[in-house]
Design a protein around this ligand. Structure first.
Ligand code: NAI
Length: 253
């Protein structure tokens, strides 16, 4: 089965597509023949990406400004879409580090507003539009192995991603009746802007040694699971979270 073939002609919206995994997922979907809308706050970077996608032969590529932490921005972005997406990829996310005991409550709010409330707000906006149009839809949330286990110094992030895992189940349950499927990817550590500095430090290097496969992931390591969840091959899956992590979750205690 060619997992990518199922995305041909589909309209896929990717949030947080101005860098890292979102940029990669947008290129992957476009390469499979999907019409892609990339959404984030940094419109200039999105426009560069759209140019790249078109130059690489993308069927259709568009960009839209979106701040997932701002409900007005979400409403405006959905209002500006040329068509309803078939698949929404909730990829936008931030991480703020620090010992919980001294962490400013505002830092907690920022992480939750983007990583958890943002996923809820984008998902419910899409689901209402699908329900009202009598259409089915697919949601792929980008959670994290830190939603399934914990690490020190990233408390709000782990809480937000555990919330995304639980939200995936809760919305999967509620929306199956509308033909809306909600699943999540839980990536292990992939080298992107979000963690590049950390993996240059001694604790970062030590962490790599605890990954059973002994290396940082690459964005393309997520392709199989992503394509499965984004298309019809996962047609009887909802509420599921798939870890893709080089074995990190099963590292020995
Ligand atoms: P990144 O920092 O390169 O990408 C995150 C993107 O989200 C950026 O383009 C950023 O501008 C965007 N974003 C942040 N706040 C936003 C907002 N309020 N509205 C719209 N866009 C916003 O990092 P990366 O690694 O590509 O992260 C993508 C997703 O993958 C995040 O949800 C992250 O938590 C998750 N993830 C990343 C892992 C990794 O090791 N890189 C591991 C597990 C999950």
């Amino acid at each position: 089965m060619d997992l990518g073939a199922g995305l041909k002609g589909r309209h896929i919206l990717v949030t947080g597509a101005s860098s890292g995994l979102g940029d990669h997922f947008a290129r992957l979907c476009a390469g499979c023949g999907a019409a892609v809308t990339v959404a984030a706050r940094r419109k200039d970077r999105l426009d560069d990406l759209v140019r790249d996608l078109k130059a690489a032969g993308a069927a259709e590529a568009r960009s839209v400004s979106l701040d997932v932490a701002d409900p007005d921005s979400i409403a405006a972005a959905f209002g500006a879409l040329h068509a309803l997406p078939d698949t929404v990829v909730n990829n936008a996310g931030i991480a703020e580090g620090g010992a919980a005991i001294d962490l400013d409550l505002a830092a907690f709010d920022r992480v939750i507003d983007t990583n958890l409330r943002g996923v809820w707000a984008v998902s419910t906006t899409a689901a209402r539009a699908w329900r009202d149009a009598g259409r089915s839809g697919v949601i792929v949330n980008v959670a994290s192995i830190l939603g399934l286990r914990v690490a020190g110094g990233v408390g709000p992030y782990t809480v937000s991603k555990a919330g995304v895992v639980q939200m995936t189940q809760a919305l999967g349950l509620e929306w199956a009746r509308y033909g809306i499927r909600v699943n999540a990817l839980a990536p292990g550590y992939i080298g992107t802007d979000i963690n590049r500095e950390f993996f240059e430090t001694p604790p970062g290097q030590a962490m790599l040694k605890r990954i059973p496969m002994r290396r940082l992931g690459r964005p393309q390591d997520l392709d199989g699971a992503f394509l499965l969840l984004a298309g019809d091959a996962s047609g009887w899956m909802t509420g599921a979270t798939i870890p893709v992590d080089g074995g990190h979750l099963v590292s020995g205690l």
